[in-house]
Design a protein around this ligand. Sequence first.
Ligand SMILES: [Cu+2]
Length: 493
Amino acid sequence: MHAKLIRSPLSLAGALVLAALAFNPWGCGRTQDADSGDRADWGLSLAERAAPRGEEAAILTRAPQVPPPLTRSHPTHVVVKLDVREQVGRLAEGVEYTFWTFGGSVPGPFIRVRQNDVVEFHLSNHPDNKMPHNIDLHAVTGPGGGATSSFTAPGKSTQFTFTALNAGLFVYHCATAPVGMHIANGMYGLILIEPPDGLPPVDREYYVMQSEFYTVGGYGESGLQSFDMGKALREEPDYVVFNGAVGALADTRALHAERGETVRLFVGNGGPNLISSFHVIGEIFDLVHGEGGSEANQRNVQTTLVPAGGAAIVEFKVDVPGTFLLVDHSIFRAFNKGALAMLTVGGEEDATIYSGQQAEGIYLPEGGAVQAIAGPRAAPARALSLAERVAAGGRIYEQNCAACHQLTGQGIPGAFPPLAGSDYLLADKKRGIQAILHGLQGELVVNGRTYTGVMPALQLSDEEIASVLSYVLNSWGNQGGSVEPQQVREQRR
Ligand SMILES: [Cu+2]
């Protein structure tokens, strides 16, 4: 496995061999040197061997993009410039949050350097910011991982230099007091230290980082939300997300690959508190670099743990097309708190690997038709205006519908039909009333796609059904309109 991971220096020619041998500090490489009998460089001191040549600016990328693999065969002097910005951004549909960010995004930019590179690190704190910040890179050997040298007040810059001694995938984060709050507000990212001979080539590389948010309002409560210290202390997040927001990697923003390609995910966990049980529904990791270490240490893995302040590299070949969901398999986090991303795979079906559904029938052991989910009943105090009805409907939607139809109303391809732009619903809003009152099952075509799932009847009051459907009609570019409680009453049988 080791030999597969690191290209053998013996396979490289002439001077390249010397360079590769000289800068390959891995034990395995040394053994191979000895076996090869080529000792031309053995007289060099350690310092001479690792001396960087040249200088370059690091390419930084925003998640989910990853900088291109390094092609250098020697270490160099790399300049990394990162700035901190405190800014309002989207946490979920209709929910905003004042993020503290590295580079204006959550997670911060992906940094990619080579083992033994000398990294000149500049941290700048935007003058409009309110707080001092610093950075602790887990890839740094030195006090505080750089934090003790990078405390930066708003409007200031600091600089320190480190040598990337150890290969692997590392988390970086702010470590200014209160540390937990700086991390909870979004201050983390990943830095990859490539081994001297790089990682084996793959077709696609992506950057995915999990983290939690603790908001004063509950999940989905709209408006600008602020940090809730009490929930953070109790480790009870309202949101658990990939790449800084609910749906950051869903629908049009999904990751993509074509059938037959190999995919490498650099997975980080900013925490601040939770350990991730990282899983891709419908895929098996062919290789895992557990805890982000430089060696692949496991094959054929279903779910890998990613510790808070830790990482993992997972690789798999996509053999069949479809939508694959990336989740934290602590599953309520995925379907109820946002820890759900999508990888869409294009290409031809392969029935020898996956047939698709081959039979479908109705199985009703309890004799009933559709089972009902009980819910609270709100007593209407007075007639609501359309605006009030839509606002009330938004909350009902988040609690009763979003788990399946998604906060964005886009549904999930193949499983839950969209409510945004649904030709089925928009042709006749009574169908929405019927669906909620009595549930829905059997074949259903929405926007040309066939769905065969089951929607449970929901025990909502006339008032609530009127509100939630008014919200749906007035959201996501739908045509508008309203549903009144009286219209719901008429549909009850
Ligand atoms: Cu900070």
